[in-house]
Design a protein around this ligand. Sequence first.
Ligand SMILES: Cc1cc2nc3c(=O)[nH]c(=O)nc-3n(C[C@H](O)[C@H](O)[C@H](O)COP(=O)(O)OP(=O)(O)OC[C@H]3O[C@@H](n4cnc5c(N)ncnc54)[C@H](O)[C@@H]3O)c2cc1C
Length: 267
Amino acid sequence: MLPKVQSPTSRRMITLKVLRTTRTTRNFTTVTLGGPELEHLLPTGFDQTVRLFFPRAGQSGLTMPTLSNEAWMAQVLLLPKSRRPRVRNYTVRRVRAELGELDIEFALHGDTPAGAWAMGASPGDPAGIFDMGLTYLPPPDTVGQLLVADESAVPAVLAILEDAPDSLVAEVFLEVPETADIRKDVVAPEGVRVHWLARDGSADLPGRLALDAVKDAALPQGRSYTWIAGESGLATGVRRHLVRDRGVPKADVAFYGYWRHGRSSPG
Ligand SMILES: Cc1cc2nc3c(=O)[nH]c(=O)nc-3n(C[C@H](O)[C@H](O)[C@H](O)COP(=O)(O)OP(=O)(O)OC[C@H]3O[C@@H](n4cnc5c(N)ncnc54)[C@H](O)[C@@H]3O)c2cc1C
């Protein structure tokens, strides 16, 4: 059975400041965070995830939990709403330890708490992170890989490809809102084929295009490792197809619902 998550060996609540924002494309923006406390993050690369804390609209500052164990969530929920921070899951897109900088890349999707915060973030604004570990854990004996993501997990897959060994052989399906979101500068080993899929105004829910593309695709032969993340229907749909229609052992598929259509994240 694949391990589901590699938890950090040690971690603590980290408070940082926004250094700058960079609009990647129309539907993505990158917020760069930094500050002396960044030295307390142990960067692992790949899809390392953090809980991102930021102020609610109207709050003048950020109240971070003081507990760095599992009880932090209860501590946050006990705060009055006037002081309770927003909390969302985000991938560490890149760390430049020598510069004390960490990038988080947001897929924008309307006027939501995280999107509005990222779009309005200015240098000096506070934000907090708490390391949640990583889930991309291919067993060493796999021959090929299949990576599938919608826009919410594009930052994770791009980070995975940047950190991958030169020997990686993989088929990668990345769905984005528009053709303009397709990256021309993907850094990946030679054996990786990236298939970009753009919805370009189609009424389909995010993830549908990627699911259909995987169903039509020739997939890696031999024992493979699959990592899927995005809207929960994409994650479960691809897994179901691989297991039922392609005979892939359940144990070789790691799948993660990053968000659910019509449901806000708690916090
Ligand atoms: C481990 C992990 C890592 C993640 N890494 C990233 C990352 O690096 N970058 C990133 O952009 N996202 C990432 N996500 C997804 C992100 O946490 C969710 O999209 C989150 O819901 C965004 O919060 P919000 O405040 O924008 O929207 P919410 O308040 O949670 O939701 C508001 C509405 O927006 C909808 N919605 C939420 N997300 C999306 C979306 N992506 N597209 C369209 N509609 C959406 C919801 O269904 C709801 O109707 C990650 C999630 C997980 C679990």
